[in-house]
Design a protein around this ligand. Sequence first.
Ligand code: ASP
Length: 624
Amino acid sequence: MLDYLGTLERTHMCGDLRADNAGQPVVVMGWVNRRRDHGNLIFLDLRDRSGICQVVLDAELTSDGHKKGEMVRPEYVVAAVGKVRLRAQDAINPKMPTGEIEIEATELRVLNDTKLAPFSPSEDAIQNEETRLKYRFIDLRRAEMQRNFRLRHEITRAVRESLSAQGFLEIETPILCKSTPEGARDFLVPSRVHPGEFYALPQSPQIFKQILMISGFDRYFQIARCFRDEDQRADRQLEFTQIDLEMSFPRQETVFSVVEKFLVAAFAAAGVTLPAPFPKITYDESIRQFGTDKPDLRLPGLTDVRSAFAEDNLGTLQIDPALPVVAFRIPKVGELSRKEREDNHPMFDKNKGAKFIDDFKRLAKGFPEAAAKVRELAGASDEDFVIIVAGDPAHHIKASDTKFEGRLSEREINVYAAAGNFRTELAKKYADRHGAFRVTEGVVAQASPGGGEVIDGSNAFHPIWIVDFPMFEYDLASAHWVPAHHPFTAPHEHDMANLTSDPASVRANCYDLAMNGLELGSGSIRIHRKDVQQQIFASLGISDEEARARFGFFLDALEYGTPPHGGIALGLDRIVMLLAGAPSLREVITFPKTAKAIDLMADAPTTVTDQQLKELHIRVVLKG
Ligand code: ASP
């Protein structure tokens, strides 16, 4: 028999009770986390969002409560009425924040029972993630998940407050809209009223936020849900949340300063300091130094070691002399056996026209001077694992050879990227040895979100701006310059004159923010003039008709006094993931999709009724 709540009112949250509360009458409510039956005494660990406290049901004090205590099981929902008392010295639990006290109950109300759950929220996450996601309502009860979403709340609140204080207005934009220009696949929503026509879910509020600038709102932000029909990865979801902003009359530096302020505030809300201003690096430097445009600065980067080799060395080693020769080191790995090295080989991306040398003993036998010089240039100590990556003349991949003045060629980028990927994979594999990631984990574990002391995050989190991306990329297959960014990205003013005469030299006025190997966000100064916009469309091979059909309303708006403007969007989920020390975005999204794009709890997607399809003028034809 279950009890009613009646007029009972909660006085305290379980996790808030302390020795100071001793002697006070209290009413607490929550879930039975654990139950221990000691005959005349039954102990319930009662759990709510704030934490856990111990309730004692003494048969002599409340025989009715004690009887109910015999019947309740973990995850039953109960209310306990009683008085806080100090625990006996030997019963104090220093591991629990409420470990000095317990509640001596005078009444217990059993508000609900439960089916036996497939796992207990009082324990660590089970391995089977599908079961966790199917029973997400139970999984979310776990302390770790409760912490993640509190953290998410604190971060979001700090961002809102910082942006509001910086003069930004939070403004909503439509979810049912038209295709936006991020270039991923759209999710489409059929229109019932307009047969054969579709809305698109926004890949971002891009066009709308630009129009808000035309409308004079000056500074806009939104915690915006974005939808992209892309293949899923650990750091990708079909729908995700961006901290999206746009401002009028900015320079790049203006945007950077706004972002740095709100990120510093967000990190502080998570209990971590983040030093600002953030360092800045050009795209080319980032590729040269890290082989990627989202570098992880926690480990040493790539070193150019070509000078270690004489020209004939390169010939003997079958290294392409026209391509970069770089080395990187993973600190403190120690000497690896041949077998251990071979186990690493599948991590090297063979499709980039590059090769590697990881057997230094052998290299030192044949080329003692070069080997010593490489280690010296890379700053390697004896226990560091050093790998050389270079172009492989025997493995000529299809890539553009064209070398444009002042720009990295596709071939060069490929070699750097092969080195960069290998570096990242090996860094993950040998994390226990180099210990660089442990620093981050340690800071996250120590930090206490939501006020209190803020701990130093300068060795744990490494934000970095990437600037001066090329405006265009050369597509070998179509022999065309294609946009490297969405088509509203402005070129640098200096490079405008070369738009058609020398597209290779044109730099985009856009920027990315990376942190610890993750892309946190990207943005740009936008094109605000119709003539420039038309030129860009033309240079991107987007015809007038196509531009009209896709963005006509926006092109119209551009003609009515558009101020110079620019902005950025940062992935909120990723920021929370970093600060929660979570291995995947799914740990910081309440109801995420699986890698197969399924919501296991709600069971979506599903088929719909014929009637629904009919109303939408849709016929489904399944292949095979
Ligand atoms: N809309 C862009 C994106 O989602 C960000 C921006 O340029 O503001 O990547």
